[in-house]
Design a protein around this ligand. Structure first.
Ligand code: NDP
Length: 253
């Protein structure tokens, strides 16, 4: 995507990013602050969260709040409590990027263990849903809220061995579509991003034999991540965008 916004694209905006401690989420949090947003960071690892926050502050960016939240413990009650804590540092949210996710096992359906299946659904679907319910009131206080889910190409077309992960991303696309329809007469827009194969630790665990140098980096995807949060996407809702529209799904060759 060729998109070169002004540095003040997100001035006055506050954006919450889940999974801000690594990969795409960390890059998105850094990028949003470079384009003048304040961010609310969440992650499950104290030290990595501190490092992301320090990297943003070292560049002169603004962190409204930083919250340790392991999404394996994301009950509806815990998410409501989290939203109340967020409200203390950010009375409204202009953007939420649901980015945190887990891969589970790359294995045929018949070999998917119940435990891993449940874990993938807990993080990728249930936690995302409970968090969305809890954060919606803060998003609706914005005059141009943007709720963004993270999908995958296997969340649109099933593929052998992608098991729980693929099913969880179909659910993510569905959640986005239902919410987009429910809020179509409000200022809130709801969309998905499919990053496409990207050089991160999740990708390396899915395809250990792949040469990471053949993949785009999280930084390469940021034009779309900026566009969905800024005013240029204000009228778009209920859509699933590809950060790498010309990329063929599967291993990079
Ligand atoms: P990474 O594994 O690099 O990062 C995932 C992030 O989610 C990390 O910050 C991680 O925390 C966090 N996370 C994982 N489990 C939990 C948990 N229980 N509680 C809180 N946070 C958690 O993955 P990517 O950056 O590659 O993926 C980001 C998103 O993009 C995911 O939703 C993924 O499904 C999607 N995606 C990625 C693609 C790719 O090729 N990379 C392709 C298509 C979609 P920690 O730092 O502690 O591990």
């Amino acid at each position: 995507m060729h998109y070169q916004p002004q540095r003040d694209l997100l001035l006055g905006r506050t954006i919450l990013v889940t999974g801000a401690t690594d990969g795409i989420g960390r890059e998105a949090a850094l990028t949003y602050t470079r384009f003048s947003a304040k961010v609310v960071l969440t992650g499950r690892d104290t030290e990595k969260l501190r490092q992301t926050e320090a990297a943003i502050i070292a560049e002169g960016g603004q962190v409204a709040g930083s919250f340790l939240f392991d999404l394996t413990s994301a009950t509806p009650e815990r998410c409501m409590e989290f939203a109340r804590q967020v409200e203390q540092v950010a009375p409204l949210l202009d953007g939420v990027l649901h980015n945190a996710g887990v891969l589970g096992d790359v294995a045929p359906m018949v070999e998917q263990t119940a435990q891993t299946w449940q874990h993938v659904m807990d993080i990728n679907v249930n936690a995302t849903f409970f968090l969305t319910q809890a954060l919606l009131p803060l998003l609706l206080r914005s005059d141009a809220g943007s709720l963004v889910f993270t999908s995958s190409s296997v969340g649109r077309q099933g593929r052998a061995n992608w098991g729980a992960y693929a099913v969880s991303k179909f659910a993510t696309e569905g959640m986005m579509q239902v919410l987009a329809d429910e809020y179509k007469h409000t200022s809130l827009r709801v969309n998905c991003i499919n990053p496409g194969g990207t050089r991160t630790k999740m990708r390396a665990s899915a395809f250990p034999q792949e040469d990471p140098n053949k993949l785009k980096t999280p930084a390469d995807l940021m034009p779309l991540y900026l566009w969905v949060m800024g005013d240029d996407s204000r009228r778009k809702t209920g859509m699933s965008f590809d950060a790498q529209p010309n990329r063929k799904p599967g291993i990079a060759e």
